[in-house]
Structure formats: structure tokens, C-alpha cells
Design a protein around this ligand. Sequence first.
Ligand code: FAD
Length: 391
Amino acid sequence: DSSREPVVIIGTGLAGYNLAREFRKLDQLTPLIMITGDDGAFYSKPLLSASLANGKTPQQLASTSAADMARDLNAEILVHTRVSAVDAATRTLTLAPEDGSHQATLRYGKLVFATGAGCRPLPPIAGDGLARLFRVNSLSDYHRFRTALSNRRRVLLIGAGLIGCEFANDLLQAGYQVDLVDPLGWPLATLLPEAAGRDLQQALEQAGARFHGQRKVTALRQHNGGISAELDNGDTLEADIALAALGLQPNTGLAEQAGLAVNRGIAVNRCLQSSDPHIYALGDCAEVDGHLLYFVAPLMQSARALAKTLSGEETPVAYGVMPVAVKTSLRPTTICPPRPGSEGEWQTEASGNGVSAAYRAADGTLLGFALTGDAIARRDSLAAECRPLMD
Ligand code: FAD
């Protein structure tokens, strides 16, 4: 009976696990197999940039082991195992266990990519200090970074986007000295108009951060047991360790090798179906009808829709308005970016103790918004007015 061939999910991040959970609500019988390159522990990835100040260990963040997840989900979970090839014609995966033991193959009925996104390659940085440059995009990265931080005090943060600003906030609150370097003029510059970005910058600076806008790190050198960073204007900064938060890129290599259509992410339609009818994708690896979003809300919506589709009721996802709370507790900030390609202008207004910014089309339609400080109270009314990401 081909309908009982297994559903196989590659990835046990929030996308993979939420899909599995939603699927099991609708279908308890179809065999479910999950494969992950890591240890498969369930954790909330957003907490990685908000756990230093409250002293959370990686062990505390890993709330449920893979074995417990497998039992709860009535699934088989293969940990420390990478999928090294997908043969779409025969619906077969090649598995490469991390211990190098033996390659195995696995047949699927339906396959789901939930392979996430990795750190974008670093721009060229000269010098011998790269061993002290960290990146945090998984629980094991967090473990390494946290260990390297012990008995250290000064952190150089490269990149003032969402994750960089959240780490700056967390490190400051945990008592570290923070230098924040970004090639753009103000924090979250791709998401916030200047007034709102400066408002956040000021809050980080009041807490002790030093912001170096319109600057790139050109070299990192070992220096006095720490590092010295050279900026493109010739300035040097000293720190103990560095953390780069320079953006993500979807993990699409395996999908490309399998012959699937890939744009920036794995190209899927609103039913999360790829160019192969038996293969789907969701989460950070997926470009859903042109939308590439690295947030939890869209992957939750995708998980609910895809669970229905996989259990026989084809269901498209419809992204609505999804404001994101940036975890900069020193200056609460909410962003709701417009659809890519939207034509509009920012209208900003200082509102008491904060900034309210609306991104509007020429006819006044609200396309997106950004709020800082007390202005975050306007989140729900603006969300109600805002154009959804998908019609
Ligand atoms: P991932 O969690 O990256 O999971 C990918 C999985 O695929 C892993 O299990 C990996 O082992 C597996 N895998 C990949 N390739 C293979 C292979 N070939 N074989 C086997 N396994 C493979 N979003 C918000 O909405 N709000 C926030 O406040 C927020 N904060 C964030 C803070 C940080 C520091 C980071 C890094 C992200 C944050 N995000 C936030 C984004 C959010 O966490 C992600 O959108 C979400 O976790 C992505 O989940 P995912 O399952 O798609 O990918």
C-alpha cells in the first residue's frame, strides 16, 4: 500500500518538529521518519540570542531529547546522520552517519526538506584572529560561544542586524563590554527607518555599547591574549572574542543536487510543494511563492498547512500580517517588514518614549511598520490595518 510509505522529514529544527507534531494530530498511522545532522534535541532557536543574561545553559535550552521526541511523535528519529543525496526518480535517500559507519539508503513516499539556513560566508577578513571569531546558529554553536566567553569581558560583534542586535542586548545585560560594527548606518538598517534605528542605537549605547556604523572589519589579529580588529577607516578595536552575525542563507545544496528548482531558497508553491510532486519544503530553507522568511510565525503556518496536505487534504498556506518582536529588551522593538518589492515610503513619528514608523504606499495603504519603545503598544492596531504578505 503506497499510501503507507513513510513520510520522511530532513531536519529537526522548529520547522521539522512542528510539522511532525501537526501531522501526527491528523495521521497516527503513516510511518514518520526524521533525519538530522545534529543530536535532534528540541530547542527554541530564538532563545539562542536571549539566554546569556539569564544564565541559561545549552543543556537547559535543549528541552526534550530526540528519544523523547521520537516517542511523543511516534516517529523514528535518526540523529547525527546527514542526508548526502536524494534520488527523486527512485524516491531514495542516501544517509551518511556521522561516525562514518556505513552508508544506508531509505525509501520515502513523501519527502520534506526542513533543512534550515546556515550562516552566510564571511567577507574576506585578514589576520590570524579568525579562531576567535564565532557564529551562533545552532545549540552546539551556542555551547562553543558560551564556553569561549567564560572569564572574558569584551566582545566585538560584527553585524547589527536582528541577531546581532539581540546578542548585543543579551551580552550587555550579562555584563559584557560590546563593540558593534556594521557596514550600514544604524542598527537594523534593512528593517528600520533611521529614526527608529537610532532610537535602538541610543538604548544600546546608554547600556554601554559602542556602535561603529558604516564600518567593516578588514582584519582580526591575535593580540594580548585577545584580538585586535582593524576597521576599514584604519581604526582598531580590542576585544577578547568576536561574534559575527552577518545573515543567513538557506541550505539548498541537497535540493539542488536532487534536481529541484531552487531560487534563493528551495522553490515551493503555496502548498509547500517543490518542482517534484513528492517533495515539499518549509522553514528557513524554503522560498514559498517567492517569500523567503527566517521567522517562526511563517514556519508555524506552513507546518499546519503542510500537515493537512500530507494527510490528504491539499491546503495552501496564506501568510497574513506577521509582526516580529525583536528581543532587544533594552528597547523593545517590533518589526513588520513589507512584502518584497513593495513600493512605499516610511512615515515616522516620535511617539512619547519611542518611534512609530509606518511604511505606506502612495495611496496610503499600510504595507509594513516598525515600532520602538512605548510605540510597540500600537502593534495590534497597525497589524489589523496592514496589508497581508499574501493575498
Ligand atoms: P533549523 O533550526 O536551522 O533546522 C535545520 C535542521 O536541518 C537541523 O536539524 C539540521 O541538523 C538539519 N539538516 C540540514 N541539512 C541536513 C542534511 N543534509 N541532513 C540531515 N539534516 C540536515 N525567529 C523569530 O520569529 N523570532 C525570533 O525572535 C528569532 N530569533 C532568532 C535568534 C537567533 C539567534 C536565530 C539564529 C534565529 C532566530 N529566529 C527568530 C529565526 C528562527 O529561529 C528560525 O526561523 C527557525 O528556527 C528555523 O527553523 P528551521 O527548522 O527551518 O531550521
